[in-house]
Ligand binder design. Sequence first.
Ligand SMILES: NC(=O)c1ccc[n+]([C@@H]2O[C@H](COP(=O)([O-])OP(=O)(O)OC[C@H]3O[C@@H](n4cnc5c(N)ncnc54)[C@H](O)[C@@H]3O)[C@@H](O)[C@H]2O)c1
Ligand SMILES: O=c1ccn([C@@H]2O[C@H](COP(=O)(O)OP(=O)(O)O[C@H]3O[C@H](CO)[C@@H](O)[C@H](O)[C@H]3O)[C@@H](O)[C@H]2O)c(=O)[nH]1
Length: 455
Amino acid sequence: MNVTSTRPRLSVIGLGKLGSPMAAVFGVKGFDVVGVDLSSTFVSALNAGRAPVEEPQLQEFLDRAKGRIRATGDYEDAIRSTDITFIIVPTPSGPDRLFQNRYVVDAVERIGKALHNKSDYHVVVVTSTVMPGSTGGEIRAALERTSGRIVGENLGLCYNPEFIALGSVVRDMLFPDMILIGESDTRAGDMLEAVYRGSTESTPEFHRMNLVNAELCKISVNTFVTTKISYANMIADMCDHLPGADAHVVTRAVGADSRIGRKYLKPAIGYGGPCFPRDNKAFAALGRKLGVNCELAEATDRVNDHQLHRLMGAVEASVSPGQTIAVLGLSYKPHTGVVEESQGVSLAVMLAEAGYGVMVSDPMANDAGVAVLGTRADVFASAADAVANADAVVIMTPWPEFSEINWHSGLSAGQSRVVIDPWGIVETTETSGVKLVRLGRGDWRHASAAREAAA
Ligand SMILES: NC(=O)c1ccc[n+]([C@@H]2O[C@H](COP(=O)([O-])OP(=O)(O)OC[C@H]3O[C@@H](n4cnc5c(N)ncnc54)[C@H](O)[C@@H]3O)[C@@H](O)[C@H]2O)c1
Ligand SMILES: O=c1ccn([C@@H]2O[C@H](COP(=O)(O)OP(=O)(O)O[C@H]3O[C@H](CO)[C@@H](O)[C@H](O)[C@H]3O)[C@@H](O)[C@H]2O)c(=O)[nH]1
């Protein structure tokens, strides 16, 4: 370790959605950080003090960390000048649904080669989400083969995933509930724990364990949390069919039981994004590989897939093909422009295929959404303008600004508009011209059945 500093110097391999904020937070907390990425654009951005990715608070933290962070494409430089190296590169799902390690192994091999030119103790930390057995298996083997060192002898290896959510990455890093450390040995784990004691502002529980336990813990947290979401959506589906029922009321009360808890029990349209949808699939695939019954994870996933069809049912019950629908929200959640596994994008495709005129608008994700949708939808910079031109509206992402929209805007006398709200963010009750369809509340189905009977 650098003798002039009491703090270990850190390198972060992969400066994407997770790596960049991590480097920035460590920098602000007084650690010297070297970032590495294969993308020269990301390296140049960081060296120029600019955020390589969009994320709330990231630019502010990079500004505050000035002088403590630099980036390079050169592994030798990064390994030579630091003591702990975090690997945060992609682990895409393969055709078998398991997370693939090829980018992690590539990074580890480069680290291993660079370690040849260094004799000091070094800790390698895998932060990317990997399948149980990976870190102590092929990752450790690649590190030992390329470095010529043995893990545990002048070389530490840890698995240390983050539990951050996009849109709140910086805050989640500062205020974690828990720090999970899988460690090859106590020396490596102690060094990593000290980094987090110096970089967090909450008092997280530290859970230290062997590598495979930590790997299983990370995906178990996500599969458990998604089970809660699917459970809430199953209740909402039930409420859709019960006149007078309201899933938001029911889940709020169910979550008051401390054995259950209110977090991640919000019924709406199912979970999307780069993490959750693939986690149950990976968990179940691992179960199948090991001969373990993982029906719970598979059911969670199936219930999630059903949610778009449930929503489409509500659209078809209230809006006729040929009419125009404004899809508000293309990102999979507010405060991010990410459209991976986004229900907004999927719904827009389904609506276009069913013969509806589709308009879309998102505060951050219009460009990414259009890249997928092409000519299947008209894009509006302003959600209010899209609404003013639409026969119907579906709120797909609960962006706070959507609750401020005037749902009557653009309607002339005698005209009407359907507003479908799966999130329960529209306060207005039914007034002339606007028919509110609150998904998860039995009355919308009741009302549309009554309309049909009257027609
Ligand atoms: N984004 C999240 O919310 C989140 C949360 C928890 C865990 N994770 C996990 O973290 C990992 C990274 O996710 P992300 O969203 O930050 O990915 P990302 O695609 O945004 O960023 C990854 C970066 O790694 C770089 N890279 C790839 N191979 C490299 C190599 N050999 N050397 C140097 N750089 C390399 C890429 O150029 C890219 O900039 C994944 O395993 C993911 O599952 C992500
Ligand atoms: O009650 C809820 C809560 C969330 N969601 C949906 O769940 C998805 C994921 O939301 P969120 O957890 O906020 O975002 P992610 O960035 O996907 O973060 C998850 O995935 C990361 C990658 O594994 C983990 O690090 C985080 O702990 C985990 O929350 C989104 O589509 C949300 O709309 C619901 O439908 N109901």
